[in-house]
Design a protein around this ligand. Structure first.
Ligand code: G1P
Ligand code: ZN
Length: 545
């Protein structure tokens, strides 16, 4: 077998963001673009030589083509064993599990998560380390630096590998194994949750669910788990077939994009008891009850308060963590349980050390992410099973569980406002302005609310003591209201400003306000502080979640 060394020159834009390198498909199709980045990964992850690599993606356009390239490069770099999902499919949580289960040296996941797909859509690539989690910033920084000095890459001259069914191929010193993408993951779920209890209710349709796979990766996983193993009805899964362009949709599980699901859950009494959706690569989830939405921050708090009721978590939680912008609902629960609650920067990679060091059992993000120490990624199907299991144990509806939680701990009204497509320079200036402004905000009263903390969030990792700066502007008021500003790190065009708004209400008589109305004061303060109108000509967000 011949290993070719192909000359190449660097691309200046190969800096990974919040979650890997994401670009338009057309950018990845540029000659040598993918190869350069993969070479940069192999140059840093030298442990892959002689070890196992897990490889798969969310099935979006360009997935299989990229997999063929990566297989050839992995062979050239002496990877001894590569496990690839059939048809190149593997959800992000499944990759994390397979790395851990097989003691692989790492995994490459091809996904742009919840971003749209298709020839005009987005593509992405990220590397997960031996612990199953997204590579740390130190690693991605090294990959980026390396990508800026690339002058060649190595690739084996071999035929494309047939990905359409399970099988093994020996290519030189490399064993390429095409595996069922679902069964190992489904087995793990069966170990964690009380499948018998759930099956008893789902099989006889005492409990009805609707899961929207959004034509993305979770279709096959949901079919195996909810229908085959748990006996849910045939109509319990919608948009179950993974498509290269996600059926033209936007595979982001929120109230705007999971339209069909929302419509089914808001039909009154005839609606299913539980509705859920997951994103492109299966790590996000949205949860609904009958005509009732539970925001992801509340989901984390409710899971934390109730985990001990599930057999998989009956020993209790070692601690919990949430990203900075996630509401502080979980903090109230952690305080009551007397467990540690960590506040990390945005992005799942910051939970890795805390999980590895057994400081936390559960973690979550406001952006529809939840997970536990079972893997090192957020996990959409796991979260839905957690809720299903909880409903079967408590014998209460999603709404009743949530309302009881608010009554006990108080309610955190919460919303995120996204201003998309800003010119990057303008957005940077806006953040710079805020950074200056927050230095002297403490003690000021804005719209009747007095500022008690205002800073530019820095994180010191308690395990390896690494420091991450400039992770978001946070302004906390003495009535526990809060505003956080940060720029998105996952977009592929211009800049997106995210404004996170929160207000705490202890009084149960005031737990039925409309969210935006409840947050009106914070919204007005945020628009004013960021000078959104003057700087960007905007005072209305593009997306409200
Ligand atoms: C977004 C979310 C963040 C999540 C990331 C990857 O990143 O806000 O919580 O970890 O996607 O799914 P952002 O675009 O805000 O940088
Ligand atoms: Zn995702």
């Amino acid at each position: 077998m011949n290993i070719q060394k192909i000359s190449s020159t660097p691309f200046s834009d190969q800096k990974p963001g919040t979650s890997g390198l994401r670009k338009k498909v057309t950018v990845f199709q540029t000659a040598h673009y993918l190869e350069n980045f993969v070479q940069a990964i192999f140059n840093v992850a030298t442990e892959l030589k002689g070890n196992m690599l897990i490889l798969g993606g969310d099935g979006r356009y360009y997935n299989t083509s990229a997999i063929q390239t990566i297989l050839k490069m992995a062979v050239a770099h002496g990877v001894s064993h590569i496990k690839v999902g059939t048809n190149g499919l593997l959800s992000t949580p499944a990759v994390s599990h397979l790395i851990r289960k097989n003691s692989a040296a790492g995994g490459i996941i091809l996904t742009a998560s919840h971003n749209p797909g298709g020839p005009a859509g987005d593509f992405g690539i990220k590397f997960n380390s031996a612990n199953g989690g997204p590579a740390e910033t130190k690693f991605t920084d090294q990959v980026y630096t390396g990508s800026q000095h690339i002058n060649q890459y190595s690739i084996a001259e071999i035929d494309d590998v047939a990905l359409n069914e399970s099988g093994t191929f020996q290519v030189g010193d490399t064993l390429i194994e095409i595996i069922d993408p679902v069964c190992d993951y489904a087995d793990l779920m069966e170990e964690i949750f009380d499948f018998d209890k759930m099956k008893a209710l789902l099989d006889g349709a005492t409990l009805n669910i609707c899961f929207d796979a959004m034509h993305a990766i979770t279709g096959p996983y949901a079919t195996e788990i909810f229908q085959r193993r748990l006996g849910a009805s045939n109509d319990s899964i919608i948009n179950a077939t993974p498509l290269e362009d996600f059926g033209g949709g936007h595979p982001d599980p929120n109230l705007i994009y999971a339209k069909e699901l929302v419509e089914r859950l808001y039909r009154g009494e005839e609606s299913p008891d539980l509705g859920a959706a997951s994103d492109g690569d299966g790590d996000r989830y949205m949860l609904l009850g009958k005509s009732f939405f539970v925001n992801p921050s509340d989901c984390l708090a409710i899971m934390t308060a109730n985990a001990h009721l599930l057999s998989g978590y009956k020993q209790g939680l070692s601690g919990v963590a949430r990203s900075l912008p996630t509401s502080r609902a979980v903090d109230k629960v952690a305080a009551k349980l007397k467990i540690e609650c960590y506040e990390t920067p945005t992005g799942w990679k910051y939970f890795g050390n805390l999980l590895d060091d057994q400081r936390i059992t559960l973690c979550g993000e406001e952006s529809f992410g939840g997970g536990s120490d079972h893997i090192r990624e957020k996990d959409g199907i796991w979260a839905v099973l957690f809720w299903l299991n909880l409903i079967t144990v408590k014998q209460q509806s999603v709404e009743a569980i949530t309302r009881a939680h608010w009554a006990e701990f108080g309610r955190h009204y919460y919303s995120r406002h996204d201003y998309e497509g800003l010119e990057s320079g303008t957005a940077e200036q806006l953040m710079k302005g805020l950074r200056e402004r927050v230095k002297r905000l403490k003690g000021e009263t804005l719209n009747g609310h007095t500022v008690s903390v205002s800073d530019d969030f820095s994180y010191i990792d308690p395990v390896d003591h690494s420091v991450t700066n400039h992770q978001g502007i946070r302004i906390i008021f003495d009535d526990e209201s809060r505003i956080v500003f940060r720029l998105s790190g996952t977009g592929t065009e211009g800049a997106t400003l995210r404004v996170y708004l929160e207000r705490y209400e202890a009084n149960p008589d005031l737990h039925d306000l409309e969210t935006q109305a409840a947050l009106a004061d914070m919204i007005a303060i945020a628009v004013d502080l960021a000078e959104l109108k003057a700087r960007c000509g905007r005072d209305q967000p593009d997306i409200i979640t």
